[in-house]
Write a protein that binds this ligand. Structure first.
Ligand code: KIV
Length: 295
């Protein structure tokens, strides 16, 4: 069993953005664990499993809300899910994902939108993109909001990328990602997600910056890993990316359980006597419900 696994202990130290910012594997730290969660039960489970960070990701659009991409969710949607996660009071750092168009128009709008997520319970925000996002990142940090970057396959750019495609496969594109990562680190981001990039590119970036890299589809050389809750647990099965490792098949287990419930209702096996409420005999008699038979 992992050292951190087990029931959430009240004495477990709350993870903060500054405590994450120094955890490089090259400096002797163990790789960090980030999971997405979108509601209170998911946050409780991630926290009790010992995750370091919970990302209230805009992936909620696809794995919970049924959209085909992440572009459909708004700041209000993200605040709604962030608040549910925060109510679980996880020991993990709560990362609020800024949705598409919430940090693209102006630095002022970016800060206001990030503040909505912080007021909902996020303890930092994540945004996608490299050097062109620097004015927004600087404004956020200036407003005392810690920022996690996100480079490589950035799902909010699905139309620009022409699909959910691995990025940085060519040398010049890989070098551009390294420069982006350096710029984010220099601007004051405390960590950066690397999504859908070749192993060697992720390794280059991880070695080039002194803030941790959190990989998803970026190989084993990052300072941590992140996966989507519904992928890890096998709840989402319509599309399983190559980088996902499934640790359970909760969709099948859930369908089995729900089918048994349906069968029991239809056969009359549910509910039984122990699963039902009863009134006292005299009250039942007063209602004339029973003869002298069973109550
Ligand atoms: O929204 C999300 O789940 C993400 C992860 C894939 C990093 O951004």
């Amino acid at each position: 069993m992992a050292e951190n696994a087990g029931a959430d202990h009240p004495a477990r130290k709350k993870v903060t953005a500054p405590s994450i910012g120094s955890k490089k594997v090259a400096e002797g730290h163990e790789p960090m664990v980030m999971l997405t969660a979108y509601d209170a039960p998911g946050a409780r489970m991630a926290s009790e499993a010992g995750a370091d960070m919970i990302l209230v990701g805009d992936s909620v659009a696809m794995v919970v809300l049924g959209y085909d991409d992440t572009l459909q969710v708004t700041v209000d949607d993200m605040a709604h899910h962030t608040a549910a996660v925060a109510r679980a009071k996880p020991h993990c750092l709560i990362v609020g994902d800024l949705p598409w168009m919430s940090y693209h128009v102006s630095a002022e709008e970016t800060v206001r939108n990030a503040a909505t997520l912080i007021r909902a319970g996020a303890e930092c925000v994540k945004l996608e993109g490299g050097r062109k996002r620097l004015p927004m990142i600087e404004a956020l940090i200036d407003a005392e909001i810690p920022v996690m970057g996100h480079l490589g396959l950035t799902p909010q750019s699905v139309h620009t990328m022409g699909g959910f495609k691995v990025q940085g496969k060519k040398a010049d594109a890989a070098l551009a990602l390294v420069e982006d990562a350096k710029a984010l680190a220099h601007a004051g981001c405390f960590a950066v997600v690397l999504e859908g990039v070749p192993v060697r590119v992720a390794e280059m970036i991880t070695n080039a910056i002194d803030i941790p890299t959190i990989g998803i589809g970026a190989g084993p050389h990052c300072d941590g890993q992140v996966l989507v809750y519904h992928d890890v647990l096998g709840i989402e099965d319509r599309f399983v990316p190559k980088f996902v490792r499934r640790y359970a098949d909760l969709k099948s287990a859930s369908i089995d359980a729900l089918s048994q419930y349906a069968a029991d209702v239809r056969s009359g096996a549910f509910p039984n006597d122990e699963e039902s409420y009863h009134m006292g005999d005299s009250e039942a008699d007063a209602l004339g419900l029973y003869g002298s038979g069973e109550r």
